[in-house]
Design a protein around this ligand. Structure first.
Ligand SMILES: C[S@@+](CC[C@H](N)C(=O)[O-])C[C@H]1O[C@@H](n2cnc3c(N)ncnc32)[C@H](O)[C@@H]1O
Length: 473
């Protein structure tokens, strides 16, 4: 977008053309696979695999960026800025819907929906207040108000379905709601609850002279929420946080929704090319959600899930539930491991480290990468998976890192389309005093840890995760 010149009518037309061309590409993709076009009016939770075809993904990013930019260009700026300032009410409405088990209550009602009086039966919520929260969500395309005060699920609201019975959920505590689920409701519960509070403490943490210049994990905004001067993980690993740790670990299972299904199976990692019995180490794997997908797709591999002791206990339970044959066949091991110490598994085929480097400031991030580098041999692949920040303006090319900017007049980083990367960056700042990194910053850390980047793959246009494929330098 030209910074100096005001938007002209031709900019509006350029945006409309991007939208029109993107719709052509998306239609082409769906037609080629004889798949039905996306619609809001469905309760089918699974997206068509066509949505993740590279050309369709690119067109989706351009379409999303252009639609949002067009809206922001023409809607009165006073309205825009007010809508932006009030965004937190969307989160709080979603939090109510999750805690009142609305999606589950609506599951069997189908398109005709339920009156809010019947939806409100599964919690203490007052029907009139619930209706207002659901109307707020329906106004943003989450749920449908099919008649006054009658709501139904749609394609977006069903993402919050735990798959459990609303009556059962009513009798349970939050840490039980998400056990054995796909984690999507859990991550939304975590973000609209705990992370909502962290976001509220962010401005004072950034501005308070006592913390303004600090990057210490024990000064992050989260400590003003927990009331304890401990890093998030140190706080979470305490025995008294067992219940919340369960919510958190289930939320991490749901992080999969930030990206397309099976991203961990990306061809460029070359899982299928590894010899039988090759060892894949899931460093700080959490419950091992992603290495489990690898183990299921490639049973010739052996997996080691490494994490802190309390999480390893939950990892064992997770694998026993979702892939018990890997446990009984000895294809998976669980290792209690502190990633600041030497890794006990030397010369593994793959060290896989997903969504973890962003939790740590540079010094610690380099130590974690260094331990992988020291444990690796010349044949090991080190796969670092995370979001990468692009500037909102065109940037100079580097030798290790460069991606083409979005077409004019879009913001170079695809603006609203790539929001996930920037939102998760703010979460990292509030929770860990850390953050997502630019490509240059990642390249610097990787170099200092004695590694080199071989390739970067993933959907940066939509702010998705990228795999940074590395080996020993
Ligand atoms: C954001 S989670 C990511 C989990 C998993 N890789 C995923 O993508 O779902 C970060 C993980 O780092 C683990 N962790 C934190 N400190 C650690 C340490 N010192 N050693 C090993 N793991 C640690 C946490 O327990 C948590 O499971």
């Amino acid at each position: 977008m030209g910074n100096a010149s005001p938007p002209s009518i031709s900019d509006l037309r350029k945006l409309v053309n991007i939208i029109s061309n993107s719709v052509d590409k998306i239609e082409e993709g769906y037609t080629a696979h004889a798949a039905p076009l996306p619609t809001l009016a469905t309760t089918e939770p699974t997206l068509s695999s066509v949505a993740f075809e590279p050309d369709v993904l690119k067109a989706t990013a351009a379409l999303t960026a252009a639609c949002t930019q067009l809206q922001h260009t023409v809607q009165p700026q006073t309205t825009q800025i007010f809508h932006c300032a009030t965004g937190h009410f969307l989160s709080s409405s979603m939090s109510v819907a999750i805690q009142a088990h609305v999606t589950e209550a609506l599951r069997s009602a189908g398109d005709k929906g339920l009156h809010v009086r019947d939806i409100a039966k599964y919690s203490n919520v007052h029907p009139e207040k619930l209706a207002r929260c659901l109307r707020m969500l329906a106004t943003h395309y989450i749920f449908r108000e099919v008649a006054p005060d009658v709501f139904a699920n749609n394609r977006l609201s069903v993402q919050l379905d735990t798959g459990k019975d609303a009556e059962l959920l009513r009798t349970q505590e939050p840490h039980e709601w998400f056990e054995g689920t796909n984690g999507r409701a859990a991550i939304c519960y975590y973000i609209t609850g705990f992370q909502y509070d962290v976001a509220g403490k962010l401005p004072e943490t950034i501005l308070d002279p006592a913390t303004a210049d600090s990057s210490s994990i024990t000064d992050a905004a989260v400590t003003r929420v927990t009331g304890e001067k401990r890093g998030m993980f140190e706080w979470l690993m305490q025995p008294e946080q067992t219940k919340y740790r369960s919510v958190f670990n289930n939320a991490m299972v749901g992080v999969e929704m930030y990206n397309f299904p099976g991203f961990v199976l990306h061809d460029e990692i070359g899982w299928e090319t590894l010899p039988k019995g090759s060892v894949v180490v899931d460093v700080a794997g959490g419950v091992g959600t992603h290495s489990l997908i690898v183990a299921r797709a490639h049973p010739h591999l052996r997996v080691v899930v490494e994490d802190l002791p309390a999480t390893i206990d939950q990892a064992k339970a997770y694998w026993n539930l979702h892939l018990p044959e890997a446990v009984s066949d000895g294809r998976v091991d669980f290792t209690e491991y502190d990633f600041f110490q030497p890794n006990p598994i030397k010369g593994a085929a793959v060290y896989f480290c997903r969504q973890t480097i962003h939790n740590w400031p540079d010094k610690e991030a380099i130590q974690i990468l260094r331990q992988m580098s020291d444990a690796a041999d010349a044949h090991s692949r080190i796969v670092i998976t995370g979001h990468v920040i692009l500037f909102a303006c065109p940037e100079a090319k580097s030798s290790e890192w460069s991606v083409p900017p979005a077409p004019e007049p879009l913001l170079a980083n695809y603006g609203a389309a790539s929001r996930t990367a920037y939102v998760t960056d703010m979460i990292m700042m509030g929770t860990f005093h850390s953050g997502q990194r630019t490509g240059e910053q990642y390249a610097g850390l990787i170099r200092q840890a004695g590694l080199k980047i071989d390739k970067i793959v993933g959907d940066y246009e939509n702010g998705g995760l990228l795999h940074i494929l590395c080996s020993k330098a």
